[in-house]
Structure formats: C-alpha cells, structure tokens
Design a protein around this ligand. Structure first.
Ligand code: UP5
Ligand code: MG
Length: 195
C-alpha cells in the first residue's frame, strides 16, 4: 500500500507576524519539511533577474511589496513540493495571499489539513519589520514596500480568512505575544487537530 500523503499546514499572517519564526519551530518539533514561498521567490528572482525578462519583472514586483503572479507562484510551490522525498508533513510559510491563490492551490495541489492565521496588530507588525530592516535589510524591507505589504495584507486577508473559516480549516491565534507563547498555542492546536 502507498504511504498516506504528508499533512499540509499553511501559515498565513501579515508581514512581520512571525510566519518564518513559527514555521521553523513547527518543522523542528514535528519533523515537517519547511517551505517558505517568499524565500522561494526571492531566491529565484535573485538568480534570474538579470538574464530573464519574466523574473526581472517579478523582482520589481516583489521589491515594491506587491504580489508575484499567481501561476508562477503555484508552479514554484508545486516544483518544490515534488522534490520533497518522503515527509510526515509540509509546513508552508506565507501562502496563500488571497482567495484566488487558495482556490488554485486546492485545484492544483491539495486541500490543506490546517491553516494557521497569526493575527497581529498593525503597530506590532510595523515595529518588528522596522527592527528587522535595521538588522538584515531584505530588499522589500524599505518603508514604501513595507506600506504596500501591509496594505495588500489588509485588503486580502479578511476574505481569505473567511473563506477558510467557512470550510472549517483555519485557526486564528494571537501573535502579538512572545515567540514562545505563540508557539505553545500552535503546538497545542496541531496536537489536537492533526494527530
Ligand atoms: N519576531 C517574530 N515573532 C516575534 C514575536 N512573537 N515577538 C517579537 N518579535 C518577533 O518575524 C519578523 C521579525 O519579528 C523578525 O525579526 C523576528 O525575529 C521578529 P518573521 O518570522 O520574519 O515574520 P514573517 O511573518 O515571516 O515576516 P515576513 O517579513 O517574512 O513576511 P512577509 O509576508 O512580508 O514576507 P514573505 O517572505 O512571506 O513574502 C515576501 C514577498 O514575497 C511578498 O510581499 C510578495 O511580494 C511575495 N510573495 C508572493 O508574491 N506570493 C506569495 O505567495 C508569497 C510571497
Ligand atoms: Mg518570512
């Protein structure tokens, strides 16, 4: 008999809500494979922006804090997931960004087992991103792009969360708190809902 397919967890939330931080903790605790969609796109754009017109355009889009085209994003995720050999689970960081992407993911890949929404106040998001910008300097951690990312997030999230709520797939957690407190809630949720 073939192995059951790996569990698929999507982690969504505003820029700076702690998606990357918490997804790495999930991957470590549960032995899941970690896929960051933002990182996937950033790597690809850095690699291809000078030689490829499509990717040079996408590099501009991302650096401005806008969303990359849906089909490209889904294709990248699909390719990445197919390369993962055997996994108990896959935790996907920062996807989907809107209802269209959610529909397309289900259509082309699978229905997620759980969606975790890291809910944060705008004030906290800005504070964390500003702090990170001083330390690391991601290309899209500039004031203008941060504003675009926050605006896009606000516009798209309510419908997206509602969509997953109607299907009983989403858990919303207060992500304004310390990393450890947030992770404590996440692991309780995963233990309850997945195992
Ligand atoms: N930090 C984290 N948790 C904390 C806590 N509880 N208390 C205090 N500090 C905390 O955390 C951000 C910072 O806060 C860090 O310094 C951390 O130490 C601290 P992080 O875990 O990095 O938060 P995260 O939610 O991952 O923030 P990120 O900036 O990565 O979110 P974005 O959504 O902006 O970034 P992402 O990489 O997902 O997407 C980037 C871009 O890619 C998008 O804008 C878009 O252009 C493109 N994209 C698409 O087009 N389509 C996609 O599907 C996905 C991305
Ligand atoms: Mg991140």
């Amino acid at each position: 008999p073939s192995r059951p397919r790996p569990k698929v967890i999507l982690v969504i939330g505003g820029p700076g809500s702690g998606k990357g931080t918490q997804c790495l903790k999930i991957a470590e605790r549960y032995g899941f494979q970690y896929v960051s969609v933002g990182e996937l796109l950033r790597k690809k754009m850095i690699h291809n922006a000078t030689s490829n017109r499509k990717w040079s355009l996408i590099a501009k889009i991302i650096t401005n804090g806008e969303l990359a085209p849906q089909e490209t994003t889904i294709t990248e995720i699909k390719q990445k997931i197919m390369k993962i050999p055997d996994a108990n689970g896959i935790v996907i960081d920062g996807f989907p960004r809107d209802v269209g992407q959610a529909l397309s993911f289900e259509d082309q890949i699978c229905t997620p087992d759980l969606v975790v929404f890291l809910a944060c106040t705008n004030h906290r998001l800005k504070e964390r991103l500003q702090k990170r910008a001083e330390q690391q300097g991601r290309p899209d951690d500039n004031p203008k792009a941060i504003d675009r990312r926050l605006t896009n997030f606000k516009q798209n999230t309510i419908p997206l969360v509602k969509y997953f709520q109607e299907r009983g797939l989403i858990v919303t957690l207060d992500a304004d708190r310390d990393e450890e407190e947030v992770f404590c809630d996440i692991s309780m949720t995963l233990d309850n809902k997945l195992f």
